[in-house]
Ligand binder design. Structure first.
Ligand code: NAP
Length: 312
């Protein structure tokens, strides 16, 4: 069996359980392609899984390769797969129940991959799939955001938020976004119509009658968000399941989503990137072997845009 370098965990725990290891190189199964990973995006779910926060409903066996965001080059084609050929540049958010992309190679279902945007490098492409698909599925597929509507995006400077802002502006929506003082001009540069500094102001004192709240934080932020919606509006959360009774009380709607891999939406997103309408924001690039530092940074909860690991 051929081997490869990978960052794995052999048990749940803090950033110190990440080990730069030799691991077996995967073989593509039915309908899969083997991808030589050039860059892997880092997301909060990576350290939540590492810490064991999701073990009740998502049991894993060890050793486990983390990281479910990647850009790379097709190395081999599995039986029954025909969408790509060897040498194609692709990006993907692979199945989170399997080994991830903090590795030199990964096997993914071809339905989970798409041609990567042509005009950006692998580092920037790897920043896109998980966060951008999440934003897309929350504000378009679930909330049905349309031109002229008003949306409040919490944590607008983060990985998911920075894509949500740009997608909402592309749809010609009116965008209100929250971030700390240090990110106010960043929000304005991305096109946010009304940036709110949560360190100085309470958003519910400034915002009212929005069509959509995109809740990326949960807890108290979610509770305070009901009152800013207009009747019939919708709160979509990716952080904590909203209570149906609270929505009903205010005459609004609610939804919780867990994003699903989707190659065709990734193809549409690649088109937006190549036409200059969408830009991944990468704050930090680290070598694969520094995955521990990447997790420590992500865990601060104050990443601007994305953190990406350089693999090749
Ligand atoms: N359900 C799903 O399918 C799904 C998918 C993706 C992500 N998620 C979850 O969604 C959450 C967000 O993900 P992410 O990748 O965007 O995280 P992230 O990139 O780590 O978010 C960091 C951002 O949060 C902002 N922030 C922190 N506290 C804030 C506050 N009180 N008000 C406004 N902004 C605040 C920070 O801005 P400042 O530095 O300015 O404070 C920073 O820019 C995570 O919990 C993640 O696990 C769920």
């Amino acid at each position: 069996m051929e081997s490869m370098k990978a960052v794995r965990i052999h048990q749940y725990g803090g950033p110190e359980v990440l080990v730069f290891d030799d691991a077996p190189r995967p073989v593509p199964g039915l309908g899969e392609v083997l991808i030589k990973v050039h860059a892997a995006g880092v997301n909060p779910v990576d350290w939540k899984i590492r810490a064991g926060y999701m073990k009740e409903f998502r049991p894993y066996t060890f050793p486990l390769i983390l990281g479910w965001d990647l850009s790379g080059v097709v190395e081999a084609i599995g039986p029954g797969a025909g969408k790509f050929k060897v040498g194609d540049e692709v990006y993907s958010r692979p199945d989170i129940s399997r080994n991830g992309a903090y590795a030199e190679y990964i096997a993914v279902k071809e339905s989970e991959a798409a041609f990567k945007p042509r005009l950006i490098d692998h580092i920037h492409a790897a920043a896109i799939p998980l966060a951008c698909l999440t934003a897309w599925q929350a504000i378009f597929d679930t909330a049905g955001l349309s031109a002229g509507q008003k949306i409040l995006i919490h944590a607008a400077a983060g990985g998911v938020g920075s894509f949500a802002v740009q997608l909402a502006k592309w749809k010609d929506a009116y965008v209100i976004g929250t971030a700390s003082g240090r990110n106010q001009s960043f929000l304005r540069d991305m096109g946010v119509d009304e940036p709110i500094d949560y360190e100085k102001m309470r958003f519910e004192d400034l915002v009212h009658d929005v069509d959509v709240v995109f809740d990326t934080i949960g807890g108290d932020i979610q509770k305070r968000s009901w009152m800013v919606l207009k009747k019939g509006g919708i709160l979509v959360s990716i952080a904590a399941s909203p209570k149906a009774e609270e929505a009903a009380r205010g005459g609004v709607r609610q939804a919780f989503i867990f994003m699903t891999p989707n190659g065709s939406e990734l193809t549409e997103i690649a088109g937006l990137v190549d036409s200059g309408k969408l830009k991944p924001i990468v704050e930090t690039v680290l070598p694969l072997a520094d995955a521990r530092r990447a997790h420590e940074l992500s865990q601060t909860g104050h990443t601007r845009g994305k953190i990406v690991l350089r693999v090749t």
